[in-house]
Design a protein around this ligand. Structure first.
Ligand code: SF4
Ligand code: SF4
Length: 139
């Protein structure tokens, strides 16, 4: 989920015309990432409690994250891009990560979108370097 809200040019970043992982997967994360625990955190009103330790992004119509804007498969953005949870920051796009992006390909396939292959697309060089961590939490 490397789509941003504003300045990117559609076509440069495959995520900007996809959003499949924001539809088919539930983004869950440690509860204290939310803004009722940390200033500037994930908006708690957009989350649900999963268990004693985890929250998840609320999902709306067709299972899409309530923060997702636009039309999946055409043009999308994250409405809370700067405050999105770590699981979203760390999700591995197939076009950037190769085989490590298998879940990206699975998500795209569920929306009947063609696979994006490592190196076949113009990488989105303006994106901030994200932390490398486990993508677990996308269920
Ligand atoms: S499924 Fe892959 S290409 Fe689509 S938005 Fe998510 S990371 Fe990007
Ligand atoms: S918070 Fe943003 S990046 Fe994460 S699933 Fe929702 S729309 Fe996608």
């Amino acid at each position: 989920m490397r789509h941003r809200q504003r300045e990117e040019i559609p076509g440069q970043n495959p995520c900007l015309s996809c959003g499949a992982c924001c539809v088919g997967l539930r983004a869950s994360f440690y509860w204290a990432e939310a803004d009722d625990a940390v200033t500037g955190g994930v908006p708690a009103r957009l989350t649900v409690r999963v268990d004693a330790f985890r929250r998840a992004m609320r999902r709306g119509r067709k299972g899409r994250c309530v923060a997702l804007r636009g039309t999946p498969g055409r043009r999308v953005s994250c409405g809370i891009y700067d405050r999105r949870p770590s699981v979203c920051r760390n999700f591995q796009p197939a076009w950037a990560e190769g085989p490590a992006g298998a879940r990206c390909l699975e998500a795209r396939a569920r929306l009947e979108l063609p696979p994006v292959h490592h190196g076949n697309e113009n990488p989105f060089t303006e994106m901030p370097v994200r932390q490398r961590a486990s993508p677990s939490g996308m269920e």
